[in-house]
Design a protein around this ligand. Structure first.
Ligand code: ZN
Length: 322
């Protein structure tokens, strides 16, 4: 999906004289001129480097002033510095070889705040009441994972489930922010699969966090799209396939509590720091909603997509060393 059109914007991928334009698109949304960018990270787990995904699908390394896409980067205006760099000639930028692993496009956040039961049909399929206020829970940030990494079935797991979600990365610290201003605090958007071990989530007592926090349970990416890339979070198709079969198929316009409301709401209970992640909830079609219930097994392949934000893909494997 492309951002909103406009005469001032060059046609996607081309400049006036017909030479492919490899730079991010210049857009005129909001108050100023900004560059729509797709931020990526690449390299081995724990040693990722920041980069950009260009319009021709080539990945390039970010310049040296970008140490990583983390709290410090977002808090210090790193996105604007990166955009200024990306507006220039990138022909000399370091290209990332095709085979190099895609990391999550932002560094492991200080926290992952999730919204539960935020699509009506999903709330109903789980047997829950439609919530009167956003249902919040925390997912351990140690679950953070790359978009194509394997997902680890924990020892003893019997109800591993999937949840495609639109996730928001915070750009500016949010404390008690009004709903009307909430989107100004967003750095960008990406795809997340909120993997969930249902028996640990619901049958072991206490809060949901037990079933939400296993290693690899929060794959994010493949890229972080700046807001100009998608033209707003309120009308994005999202879906999920299991072994090629469609299991979830919805749109963020069906959210009970829309993104601005959710961000504002959370910011009244805790400070959302730059680089933090808010995952906005999953639509119907999870395994727990199937009759009979359907859960993941080793070898299954899960693909999660949000329009404009790409498709991530994981294969289920036993947790290494167990
Ligand atoms: Zn979820």
């Amino acid at each position: 999906m492309q951002g909103s059109g406009g005469a001032l914007k060059p046609a996607a991928g081309m400049v006036a004289h017909g030479v492919p334009d490899r730079r991010p698109r210049k857009t005129h949304l909001g108050s100023g001129i900004r560059f729509a960018m797709k931020l990526i990270r690449f390299g081995d787990p724990g040693a990722e480097r920041p980069g950009l995904l260009l319009m021709d699908g080539v990945r390039v390394a970010a310049p040296d002033f970008c140490a990583d896409y983390d709290e410090q980067f977002f808090a210090s205006g790193g996105v604007d510095r990166l955009a200024a760099w990306a507006a220039g000639d990138l022909s000399e930028a370091e290209k990332v070889p095709v085979g190099v692993r895609w990391g999550a496009p932002v560094a492991r956040p200080s926290k992952i705040v999730c919204v539960g039961l935020n699509y009506r049909a999903h709330a109903l399929e789980t047997g829950a009441a439609i919530p009167g206020e956003p249902v919040l829970f925390m997912k351990a940030s140690s679950a953070w994972s790359g978009p194509y990494d394997e997902v680890w079935m924990p020892p003893g797991s019997c109800k591993l489930d999937w949840e495609v979600e639109l996730a928001v990365v915070i750009g500016t610290a949010m404390r008690r922010v009004p709903e009307a201003e909430a989107l100004h605090y967003v750095a960008g958007y990406g795809v997340m699969n909120d993997y969930s071990e249902r028996s640990w989530q619901k049958e072991r007592g206490g809060q949901w966090s037990k079933g939400k926090s296993g290693d690899t349970f929060a794959p994010f990416g493949p890229w972080l799209a700046t807001p100009d890339e998608i033209g707003g979070p309120g009308n994005l198709a999202l879906g999920l396939k299991l072994n090629g079969e469609v299991k979830q198929d919805s749109n963020t316009s069906d959210l009970i509590f829309a993104v601005p409301h959710v961000l504002s709401y959370i910011s009244h209970f805790m400070t959302l720091l730059p680089g933090d992640v808010v995952s906005t909830g999953t639509p119907s079609g999870v395994g727990a909603g199937h009759r009979p219930e359907l859960y993941l097994k080793v070898g299954d392949v899960v693909e999660a997509t949000v329009a404009g934000l790409g498709t991530q893909r994981q294969q289920v494997v036993p947790t290494p060393g167990t």
